[in-house]
Design a binder for this molecule. Sequence first.
Ligand code: FE2
Ligand code: FE2
Length: 638
Amino acid sequence: MICMTTEVLFKFAKKDINLSPEAYKKIISLDNPLDFSSSLIVKLKSQEFSKDDLISLDENVVDDFIVTLGLSTHELDNKKNQIASKNQSTLFSDDNRNDDDIVSVDEDITLNGTDNKGLTLNDSDDKGLNLNDSDDKVLNADTAEITTTSDVKVKNLDTENVANRIATEPIFNPSIDANSTTDDIENKDKVDANVLDSFEETQSKPISKIVQDKVPKVIDASKFKRNLNPPTVEYDFEILQDTSKKSYTSGEIGNLITYFKNRYEKLSNILSKRPELRAYQKIRDLDEKATDLTLIVMVSEIRNTKNGHRIVIFEDDTDEIAVLFHKDNHELFRASEKLIKDETVGILAERKGELAIANRIIQPGIPRVPKKDMNFSAVFTSDIHIGSLTFLEDAFVRFTKWLNGDFGSEEQKEIANDVKYMVVGGDIVDGIGVYPNQDAELAIKDISDQYDEAARLLGDIRSDIKIIITPGNHDASRVAEPQPAVPEKYAKHLYELNNTEFISNPGVVSLDGWNTLIYHGRGFDDIAIGVKGFSHEHNDVIMEELLNMRHLAPIYGERTPLASELEDYLVIDNVPDIFHTGHVHINTYRNYNGVHMINSGTFQTQTEFQKIHNIVPTCANVPVLHRGTYKQLNFLSK
Ligand SMILES: [Fe+2]
Ligand SMILES: [Fe+2]
């Protein structure tokens, strides 16, 4: 049963109306939020309310309507105090309750440190394995990496965490531009402070740019060479997933529960089709005497013991369970090192006494994608960073000239002639206020001017190439994923081009029947930095892991801000033919089980951060899928 607050959101969602968090709070504080919502929707629709992906329904509209109807709101502070005074045991707490229950306390938190004190192995071989608090304190240095990630109890929703999460879901603030006051910029920095330590944001100081051109460029729109001629080519182009108009989160705990339930439901549907997991059991329904356990669970916490074993706390939508990964089961133990927090997996385990011993981890995985013909070519690019002083404009112009048949060898020109689609996987511009003091590193200091410059450069590309643009963390979209498409109000001239399509990040399109999943790749940061065996450099390994997990950014509450939508759009519902990513500025390509995994590199030079960490960006290398074969062209030199 859907809780009442979620019902309110659904009401607006069905009518394609986004609620701002403030408007949402006002509505649910009323005596009859559902009736009020219905009336307000009728009023809004009758006034031809204009939808805008990023502009949420303002609280002032709600206020005006409250006055019109002669209603009054409850004291919101009381509700906030209720939230502050209560905790919740798991994400999967019962959602079947009234509005006030949504923040109710479940006192039976079974997996805190105190409860674990009595948890010991009955097996005599493992006498030394004792999972009390003191054991946790004597972890070896070499296990600290994993232990650190498990310290953040994302799913045990204490108030502090909830507050943090809401703070990680800011909407892009267009008011902060070059003309903003210092206070504005400082406030923006504060909002994003907990995500600023991510890989890309810390790569702040360019090293190789000749910084003579610090004067913002003046864009003369009348000089654009725009592709305003209708293309003559026939496209079989379809947008299969665009979440731009499906963002309805209010940031409340109830949404987070719904979000994780939806994620679990989607992934357990995939996993339960595996023959080994068809008869999976819910944790709460486990018979006390049952020895063979078959579970579909989400990783909640990972700990190491002083004896070198690993304990993972898993949960499903009924309860939690601790499962031991024995250090002597080498293969399985190594597999457990790659478990990622909030990942959903199948677990086969054997119960000995009070503890379950793992026998196998089963990821959702992907079936082999059958080979198929491709009678066109597509180019994949991202991280262009137009507006930055470190943007390689000359190389980018050579690239657009090549697309037009004006650059390269005859063979290269032939490939260009075949190009029907160009995908831009985020960070098309450098943005503003993305990291502290970014202003000093911008050639263009206004977000709309950056998109105008993008329109000028992309407008030079012949009009029969369809250009699909998704946002990245530098673009004018909210920070939290899924990110809605770059809005027209900031990129008017780009929208005016006859051959551009704007979709969300992530997004899925069909390019003449080739299912293409586009994800900017911010979630790579959490995995590359936080999980053993992964790195930014070998991001193809991360891409393979994401496909196997069937989720683009499973870790909630760390570097990658995720919006707790009613549906988890980062689940990979369908296996793509092409999986295109960016963000790390390092090009990789690999065919995994028939899926072309492409990370497209960048048009930005190496930054100071990358130099310190010995990361070499792949500059001005453009991947092309040329009639099904991967090729790469470099535009760095003339
Ligand atoms: Fe980037
Ligand atoms: Fe990025």
